[in-house]
Design a protein around this ligand. Structure first.
Ligand code: UD2
Ligand code: MN
Length: 609
């Protein structure tokens, strides 16, 4: 039972941690066993576990392609054994000068493992490690040379208010965020720093924090929400109080690298309707090591409206060749880290203040910006580290499922037109909450700004999208002999890996998204998560090459043609036919077209709106 778990972990583990491997064995291991040992006592945990199944995965170059929703088993720490109020209120920040220097991993000595495990539960990251790293630790300069040159003169740029909202953040991560902002931004570009405390109950985040920020060299203040209002309303509180020309939002566990701010402000200065994010690097939740991430990721979302990172494919990459350091447009943003003109933020409708606690606001703002005349972009020269966690440490009053699905229902109802029907049809949890949403105020924003429709967004902002449309087939691909449905590899256990051999299973009724495919007019058979039916164009070794589900590439090896008369799916690159070999070992292959029943397929359309 233990071994497969470990194997999974290794697959998601960046190989970069050469020294860290041994350590990580110790660090991850106890955590994994902990989770199964302490049954979470949140009543809403059923939905929590569902979401916990989404993690990240690496593509074949070892690049993290998807960062899923990582809401996890939100145990109320107050009710966890061994964690009492005294421990939560204790600020255990105890820095050692060289720990974590240059973004290196922190090694916890074995004698402290028990304590480390215990403290991990509080914030869902290695608090003991964080508390050993100085607030001003050094990080590598991850910029390309061309980036340094491009932004060397920053005199003329507008200045920004930096807004950091938090709920029960650790002292060390919160203040390392603040110090990295102060230490790595040109002073004249920092108008102020606003910390918004969303009703934290840790004592050290009260008066001691007010006291601490008073002595910082950049004007910094703490606003308090009084009651728990969630991150959207906390950001609105900060934005309403800010006076800088630009607003820059950060999560409370970030570390900015040198030169992070200039590209963001420069992009906004050139065009006030741009919303610009940095490249989000990875601070490891166990070791606090800093890993630069790939610059050419862009943000989008899947059929369930979960945010996804995608890699640039074919033509999109070609377009970038000319200028690899200019900001590039992205259909959606991750949500936590971005700059935008302050006045434009309010003109564009701020945020949807009916969104609760966590989730959905990043897509809402992305759709609104694009559909109402602005843009969402990533500045590849700007790098900010973010501490990615595998689960969420705080409570979701009202239940995580209802909160997240209400937020997403609002996004769909206000912005997605017919695609809202698609979302609700396949997401009963959101459908249940649909009628409870009061959205008149948000529809008024859409009306006031004369915003375009979602179809325009899909066609123009994300032409590579994999959503159904009227000019595409959407439905099941059924084998004529077995009556089984083609399906994409789905989540097994806690690890999502949508690539692999294409598979056949008995068709599920009512229809499930895992058995739905889109076939575009240019012959691409694509499904959720941007994966495509793929076969080699020429293969001399195998007579019947295997058919796989792979990241969509736009290449000819992923183009097919349906012959409705013969009921065959012809692979354009090889001129061979999709075949389900009924001799078990072969499975789905392409083979010389031969009119046999094994090569006959029914495309059964499923209504999606
Ligand atoms: C990502 C975003 C996050 C937000 C979220 C969707 C990044 C790196 N992070 O999840 O900014 O867009 O997706 O909503 O893009 N917080 C409060 N009150 C609450 C809950 C959270 O103030 O009730 C704070 C929290 O302390 C943190 C920030 O909001 O500083 C974001 O929360 P998170 O770190 O749990 O979100 P994350 O990074 O998982
Ligand atoms: Mn975060």
């Amino acid at each position: 039972m233990l071994l497969p778990k470990m194997r999974k972990l290794f697959r998601v583990w960046p190989i970069l941690l050469s020294v860290g491997v041994l350590i990580s064995l110790f660090v991850i291991w106890p955590r994994q066993s902990d989770r199964s040992k302490n049954p979470p006592n949140d009543p809403d945990d059923a939905s929590l576990r569902l979401l916990d199944s989404e993690k990240r995965y690496m593509d074949n170059r070892g690049i993290q392609v998807i960062v899923g929703h990582y809401i996890g088993d939100s145990v109320d720490p107050l009710q966890s054994p061994n964690i009492d109020q005294d421990l939560l209120n204790k600020n255990m920040f105890n820095p050692r000068p060289y720990e974590g220097r240059d973004g290196n991993p922190v090694m916890i000595p074995p004698k402290d493992f028990v304590l480390m495990k215990q403290l991990f539960q509080i914030n869902r990251f290695n608090l003991l490690a964080s508390d050993r790293i100085p607030l001003n630790r050094s990080l590598p300069d991850v910029r390309k040379k061309t980036c340094i040159a491009r932004y060397s003169g920053s005199k003329h740029l507008p200045s920004t208010s930096v807004i950091i909202v938090f709920h029960n953040e650790a002292w060390s991560t919160l203040l390392r965020t603040v110090h990295s902002v102060i230490g790595r931004s040109p002073r004249h570009l920092l108008h102020e720093i606003i910390l918004v405390d969303d009703s934290s109950n840790r004592e050290f985040l009260g008066a001691p924090l007010d006291e601490y920020v008073r002595n910082l060299e950049v004007p910094t203040r703490v606003l308090r929400s009084g009651k728990r209002i969630g991150l959207v309303n906390a950001r609105l509180l900060g934005a309403g109080d800010a006076t800088g020309q630009v607003l820059t939002f950060l999560d409370a566990h970030c570390e900015c690298t040198v030169g992070w701010l200039e590209p963001l402000l420069d992009a906004v200065a050139q065009n006030r309707t741009r919303i610009v994010s940095p490249v989000i690097d990875i601070i490891n939740d166990d070791t606090f090591s800093y890993t630069r991430s790939f610059e050419l990721h862009w943000g989008a979302f899947n059929w369930d409206l979960h945010f996804r990172w995608l890699t640039f494919g074919g033509s999109k990459l070609e377009q970038r060749r000319g200028d690899m350091v200019a900001p590039f447009k992205t259909p959606a943003m991750a949500g936590g880290l971005f700059s935008m003109n302050r006045e434009y933020f309010f003109e564009l409708g701020g945020y949807d203040d009916q969104m609760q606690i966590w989730g959905g606001e990043n897509l809402e703002l992305s759709f609104r910006a694009w559909q109402c005349g602005g843009s969402v972009e990533i500045a590849p020269c700007s790098h900010v580290g973010h501490l990615f966690r595998k689960s969420s440490p705080y409570t979701f009053p009202g239940g995580v499922g209802d909160i997240l699905y209400s937020n997403l229902a609002r996004v769909a109802l206000v912005w997605m037109d017919e695609w809202a029907e698609f979302y609700f049809k396949f997401n009963p949890a959101a459908e249940r909450l649909r009628d409870k949403q009061q959205i008149r105020g948000r529809l008024a924003v859409r009306e006031r700004l004369q915003c375009k429709g979602f179809e325009w967004y899909l066609d123009n902002v994300w032409p590579q999208h994999f959503f159904p449309k009227d000019d595409r087939f959407f439905g099941k691909i059924i084998h004529a002999v077995t009556g089984d449905c083609l399906m994409r590899p789905v989540t097994k256990g806690t690890y999502t890996q949508p690539f692999g051999n294409a598979d056949m299973e008995p068709c599920i009724s009512p229809p499930q998204l895992s058995q739905m495919f889109v076939m575009t007019s240019d012959g691409v058979i694509v499904t959720d998560e941007s994966v495509c039916l793929d076969a080699p164009e020429r293969d001399t070794r195998h007579e019947k090459p295997k058919v796989k589900i792979m990241a969509c590439s736009g290449l000819r090896r992923q183009k097919w043609q349906y012959d409705a008369k013969r009921k065959t799916l012809v692979h354009l690159g090889s001129k061979m036919c999709l075949q389900l070999s009924l001799k078990k070992s072969d499975g789905l292959v392409i083979a010389t077209c031969n009119k046999s029943a094994e090569q006959q397929w029914e495309l059964e359309a499923v209504p999606w709106k």
